[in-house]
Design a protein around this ligand. Structure first.
Ligand code: ADP
Ligand code: MG
Length: 700
């Protein structure tokens, strides 16, 4: 139960005067909620900028183009002439140094007269402009009769179309006034070390800034809120993890007989890091604490076989495993690699995606429930409600960054204390790992399987398309397999990107030149159709595959050695790295051509440079974070941490580790959250909606 202390904050925004159904709808959209937002949602919606109204010059000294607050006397009104309603309503005002015109377009009758009565003194705040040599303020933001009513600095919030800044500010101010006295949940130690103000002060100062810097994310007020949010997240993860222990003596890995058979059947030897990862996983599977392990390795480093060995370990004790992949192509690819190896060892595997329907699907589900399937590979289809396992012990989630926390939990909730193995081809920065999973063990596949050739990567301007085409023609002549990647399928997919090459168009033009050796796959094709084309490509029936990013994850055609990426400047670093990982997988040398359109922005230039210089995914991930951090400075929008509203990885990276440490200390000192601080921490969990962990405490 939520502490009653917090109730005022969880009241609906519609309980505030002036917030009706229309605002409700807009606020839902703005705050990303399916239901009516609560006051707490308003309070955690932080400003992005401020307007400084503190400059109070005389009219003579007011600089054009700046925000000023003038103290004026109203001299004269000039309403629009009766026949010209489009003309503005002008108000002439002055101080002892000069005149200013206050201009209102389409003013409601009576509005201006009431706002600026003749002969009275008013404080008028807005951006001053010169018009025909006369100072003018068009639609002043503020008109007040007493300076004490003016807030010197106004917060500016991210908005949504139709929502006025004024009404959002008023709603937030009202929410602030309902803030109850909250207990302190941060330890005195951390408060001191980080110079955090109390939460009430933090909220007040970001929403009603006193200094221009008060709203900056790296300042104490915002940082305090970010720390709260991170601590709530870390504590919830720690509580969940602490409760998910296996009963003593339960082991999820067997004697190794299946694993040995699989290893014997492999056409290659495992690399040392594959062996190391498999051993670490087997060890985890036998611990009384649930496994939470991230297996990171560049594309092509051989994660699938490690995942298969994990599943085999589980099958050895008669339990089940699931492998969830983000796309249908990838799921099928997995089953293709896995099935022959697994079957030779007597493991029963099956696939379940959106494509398995009707009787086929019913049979798979029945076998799964009866324990007749050892490893089920699939897509999101795995987390549908009617998919039940006999005894799910291991969930492997491939390409984790494609899945939300919710999907991962949905899969693991299909068994008891399910062990989790996450596969990622883009090394996830430590800070992100912490926010997603709390403490998580990490295995890395550092070396590539032997015999791989380096990839020669070049950036080529679009103006040289002809040469690139010629090169592709020569490659096709000599029997090579070529990917041609285009950013979007249809022009309508994203507004303002009409100039991006359309995969279909490119396919047509390439087909004109190279005939039926060209194929096309994109995300909007049916699964079976995609498979057919991919199959033709893998079987050398076609030599040139035009594709959108559907090939990004996991697709394995080792014979493909050339990749052209069109509009490469549009892709993110991680994505370019993933794409390029589709080549260089066989024993032949590979080439990647990054086709770019000029002019190149600074960010794009930097990205293309990194991708040309290295194929080390770990380095690329680091550079990516660095660039994105800088991107923020350059004004590129930052997407933030998934599931977090306030904390930002590039600003609060330090705080993430501190919050983790604090959560671990709490788990050590007071794992049941008893006593005064415990109560305060429960408040924190509710406030940031991480209370899903609270019932677990009670059960202990
Ligand atoms: P990823 O880590 O990108 O998922 P995969 O598991 O798809 O990589 O493996 C890529 C390719 O490398 C597959 O064809 C697989 O059979 C092969 N492979 C995996 N491990 C080894 C190894 N130790 N030696 C040689 N080839 C390997
Ligand atoms: Mg893979």
């Amino acid at each position: 139960m939520r502490p009653s202390l917090l109730n005022p904050l969880f009241a609906a925004v519609t309980s505030l005067p002036g917030v009706g159904p229309k605002q409700d709808k807009l606020l839902r959209y703005l705050l990303g909620r399916d239901e009516t937002p609560r006051l707490v949602d308003l309070l955690l919606h932080l400003p992005s900028q401020v307007i400084d109204r503190r400059a109070r010059p005389k009219i003579r000294d007011a600089a054009p183009g700046t925000m000023v607050t003038l103290e004026v006397t109203i001299d004269r009104h000039r309403p629009p002439p009766p026949r010209n309603a489009r003309a503005p309503y002008l108000v002439y005002a002055s101080d002892d140094t000069g005149d200013v015109v206050l201009t209102f377009f389409r003013a409601k009758p009576g509005y201006v007269e009431k706002l600026l009565p003749m002969g009275e003194k008013r404080y008028v705040s807005g951006t001053l402009q010169m018009y025909d040599g006369i100072p003018q303020i068009v639609h002043p933001d503020r008109v007040l009769d007493a300076i004490s009513k003016l807030s010197g600095i106004d917060p500016v919030y991210p908005l949504t179309e139709g929502l006025a800044i004024g009404s959002l500010r008023r709603a937030i101010a009202q929410a602030l006034s309902k803030l109850p006295a909250l207990p302190e949940w941060i330890s005195p130690d951390v408060l001191r070390r980080c110079h955090f103000p109390p939460i009430a002060e933090a909220l007040n100062r970001v929403h009603q800034p006193v200094e221009l810097t008060d709203i900056l994310p790296d300042q104490p007020f915002w940082s305090r809120l970010a720390f709260d949010e991170l601590l709530a997240g870390q504590l919830a993860l720690a509580l969940i993890r602490a409760r998910l222990r296996r009963p003593a003596g339960v082991r999820n890995a067997g004697d190794g007989h299946l694993r040995n058979e699989i290893i014997d059947a492999l056409p290659y030897a495992l690399t040392p890091s594959q062996r190391g990862a498999a051993a670490a996983i087997a060890d985890d599977l036998n611990q009384p604490v649930r496994m939470l392990r991230l297996l990171q390795g560049d594309v092509g480093s051989g994660k699938t076989v490690v995942a298969l060995l994990a599943a085999a370990a589980v099958a050895e004790v008669g339990k089940q495993a699931a492998l969830m992949a983000p796309t249908e192509i990838l799921a099928r690819q997995h089953i293709k690699t896995i099935a022959p190896l697994a079957e030779r060892a007597g493991m029963r595997v099956a696939i379940l995606t959106g494509r398995e329907k009707g009787k086929e699907r019913r049979e798979i589900i029945a076998q799964l429930a009866a324990g007749e399937i050892d490893l089920l590979v699939g897509t999101h289809a795995l987390i549908q409600d009617d998919v039940t396992f006999h005894d799910l012990a291991l969930a492997v989630v491939d390409e984790q960054h494609r899945f939300g926390v919710r999907e991962r939990l949905a899969l693991t909730s299909k068994g008891e204390a399910v062990d989790v193995l996450v596969l990622s081809a883009t090394p996830i920065p430590r800070t992100l790992v912490l926010t997603y999973f709390g403490d998580m063990d990490i295995s890395e596949l550092r070396e590539k399987p032997t015999g791989r050739q380096p990839i020669d990567t070049r950036a080529v301007a679009m103006t040289r398309l002809g040469e690139v085409m010629d090169g592709v023609g020569r490659a096709l002549q000599s029997g090579k397999l070529v990917y041609w990647i285009c950013p979007l399928v249809e022009e309508s997919e994203a507004e303002g990107t009409e100039h991006l090459t359309n995969a279909t168009k490119r396919f047509e033009s390439l087909q004109k030149r190279f005939g039926d050796r060209v194929g096309l796959v994109h995300g909007q094709m049916k699964g079976t159709e995609k498979d057919r084309v991919m199959g033709q490509f893998a079987g050398h029936e076609i030599g040139l595959l035009v594709a959108t990013t559907v090939v990004e994850v996991g697709v394995d055609v080792p014979a493909a050695t050339i990749m052209v990426i069109e509009n490469a400047e549009r892709f993110g670093l991680a994505q370019l790295h993933q794409l390029r990982g589709r080549i260089g997988r066989g024993s032949e040398a590979s080439t990647c051509i990054l086709l770019y359109s000029e002019p190149l922005g600074e960010m794009s230039k930097a990205r293309l440079k990194v991708i040309r210089e290295t194929t080390d995914g770990f380095r690329i991930a680091e550079e990516d974070l660095k660039l994105r951090g800088e991107g923020d400075v350059l004004g590129v929008r930052q997407s933030g941490l998934p599931g977090y509203r306030i904390a930002r990885p590039e600003v609060h990276g330090q705080l993430i580790t501190q919050a983790r440490d604090e959560a671990l200390r709490i788990m050590k000192d007071d794992p049941k959250l008893k006593g005064e601080r415990g109560e305060a921490l429960r408040c924190l969990l509710y406030l940031y909606e991480r209370d899903e962990a609270i019932p677990l405490i009670g059960a202990g």
